[in-house]
Design a protein around this ligand. Structure first.
Ligand SMILES: Cc1cc2nc3c(=O)[nH]c(=O)nc-3n(C[C@H](O)[C@H](O)[C@H](O)COP(=O)(O)OP(=O)(O)OC[C@H]3O[C@@H](n4cnc5c(N)ncnc54)[C@H](O)[C@@H]3O)c2cc1C
Length: 244
């Protein structure tokens, strides 16, 4: 690849929906654009796509990404598979390190997303009883038995929110102490959420891999269709600290 091939007006780092949309706009606004993505982000984890207008449910995240990638390439954007390990320079003149290659760009857009923190196993498969996106997946659990996992403020609030979809909501502490505030505790006690303190020791799934039930260290077994772990997220913001 010649040096001229790696000089762009805009470099977009991250090829999930945010980065792909950015590259679509910059390219169609006439800016020479490269999109650099290492793959495997949150969108790639979508087995089915819920709640995106114009996209039917059976479209997977990977299919959505591949279609969008072909779309931006058809407008003239370049796409590169790789990890941007560092960015040097300042506005108007950036250098991006991608393996052995260096790309230059006048402007850089970071669309690097975040990763959900996963609780310890045993856990069902993502999308088969383990869900991270409330607005995408809560609709799947109308009148079903649901768990929320965690000890923080978010877990308590999500448990109460889930009562809009079903009467059967358990909040699983997994042997840890709750960390939510007294006010949240008061609200939680006023709602019909069962707080289960015991750690999970086992799990049962059906032949399609969907969660059936969790077994607990106090010897009980509780049935669930699915649920939401609330353990926080890690934002991929390291590249925002640009080296000179
Ligand atoms: C299991 C699951 C199911 C979901 N289902 C739905 C759904 O049905 N409907 C819905 O609307 N939303 C859903 N979501 C949420 C949706 O996936 C996110 O809102 C969306 O993917 C966010 O897009 P993004 O572009 O910000 O981040 P991401 O999709 O995470 O994309 C970021 C990209 O940047 C890349 N990247 C990060 N750092 C670097 C680097 N240094 N160099 C190169 N590349 C880098 C990552 O590898 C990744 O490819 C779901 C999320 C999960 C986890």
């Amino acid at each position: 690849m010649s040096e001229a091939d790696t000089e762009y007006q805009v470099a977009v780092v991250g090829g999930g929906p945010a980065g792909l949309t950015t590259a679509l706009y910059t390219t169609r606004l006439g800016h020479d654009t490269v999109l650099i993505d290492r793959g495997g982000g949150r969108a790639a984890m979508m087995q089915e796509t819920h709640n995106v207008i114009g996209i039917t449910e059976e479209v997977s995240g990977n299919e959505l990404i591949q279609t969008a990638k072909r779309q931006i390439e058809s407008y003239g954007a370049d796409t590169v598979r790789g990890l941007v390990s560092d960015i040097h320079g300042s506005s108007g003149s950036y250098r991006l390190d991608v393996g052995e290659e260096t790309y230059t760009a006048d402007r850089v857009v970071l669309a690097t997303g975040f990763s959900d923190d996963r609780p310890e196993p045993p856990l069902p498969r993502t999308g088969r009883g383990l869900h991270y996106c409330l607005h995408c997946d809560a609709y799947m659990f109308i009148d079903e038995s649901v768990y929320v996992m965690g000890t923080n403020e978010s877990s308590a609030h999500v448990a109460m929110i889930m009562l809009n979809f079903t009467d059967e909501v358990d909040l699983l502490l997994r042997g840890e102490e709750p960390e939510w505030s007294e006010e949240t505790d008061r609200q939680l006690r006023a709602h019909p959420v069962d707080v289960i303190e015991a750690e999970i020791t086992g799990m049962n799934t059906d032949q399609d891999g969907w969660l059936n039930s969790f077994e607990f260290e106090d010897g009980t077994t509780r049935e669930y269709k699915g649920g939401f772990p609330m353990f926080g997220a890690e934002y991929h913001a390291e590249l925002a600290r640009c080296s000179t």
